[in-house]
Design a protein around this ligand. Structure first.
Ligand SMILES: [Zn+2]
Length: 165
C-alpha cells in the first residue's frame, strides 16, 4: 500500500510493472479500428479520468479539469494542495512493462515514434510543473482497471495529497 502511494509522487513515478504478456501479441484491431480506438483513448474525459474525479469529489476535493494554462493541461488541478494529477492511458503514455501497452504490429515504427514523443513531452511537462512548485501525481489506467487495485490506488493518491499538505 505504502509503496503504491509513494510511487504516485514525482519523481518516483516508476511503478512496479505488472507482469506483461508477450509483446508479440497480435494486434487485434484493423488499422481503422485502431485509429478510432486511439482517438477515443486520447480524448478528454476518459472513463479513467472520470473515475478519479468522482473519487476525489466524494472525498471532498474541489478541482479544475484540463487546465490549459498549465504544462500538459493536467487532467485534474487541485489549487488548494498545489497538486496536479495526470490520469495516463497506458498505451498513449507508453507505460513500461504494462500489459495495456502493446505496440500494434501494423505501422509499428510509426506508433513507436509517436509514443516516444508523448513520453518525452510528459517528462518535459512534469519538470516544468515541478519547477513551478506543483506536486505532480500520475495515475495509470491499469491501476484503475481492477477493483482491488483501483481502491488502493485512489486511497493512496488521496493520502499522498493530504499527507503533504
Ligand atoms: Zn499500465
Amino acid at each position: 500500500m505504502l509503496s503504491t502511494c509513494c510511487s504516485l509522487l514525482y519523481p518516483a513515478i516508476v511503478l512496479t510493472p505488472i507482469p506483461c504478456y508477450p509483446k508479440s501479441m497480435a494486434d487485434r484491431f484493423t488499422p481503422t479500428q485502431r485509429s478510432s480506438l486511439m482517438r477515443s483513448i486520447k480524448g478528454r474525459d476518459t472513463k479513467a479520468e472520470l473515475l478519479v474525479r468522482r473519487f476525489l469529489f466524494r472525498k471532498g476535493f474541489r478541482f479544475r479539469t484540463n487546465d490549459r494554462r498549465l504544462a500538459g493541461s493536467p487532467d485534474i488541478v487541485l489549487p488548494k494542495y498545489r497538486s496536479v494529477v495526470f490520469v495516463n492511458g497506458c498505451f498513449w503514455h507508453g507505460h513500461k512493462g504494462c500489459p495495456l501497452f502493446v505496440l500494434p504490429k501494423t505501422n509499428a515504427q510509426f506508433w513507436k515514434d509517436k509514443i516516444e514523443k508523448n513520453k518525452a513531452r510528459d517528462v518535459k511537462n512534469i519538470s516544468t510543473l515541478v519547477s513551478e512548485g506543483w506536486r505532480v501525481f500520475v495515475v495509470w489506467e491499469c491501476e484503475l482497471s481492477k477493483r482491488s487495485i483501483r481502491e488502493a490506488t485512489l486511497e493512496g493518491l488521496v493520502s499522498e495529497i493530504w499527507a503533504l499538505e
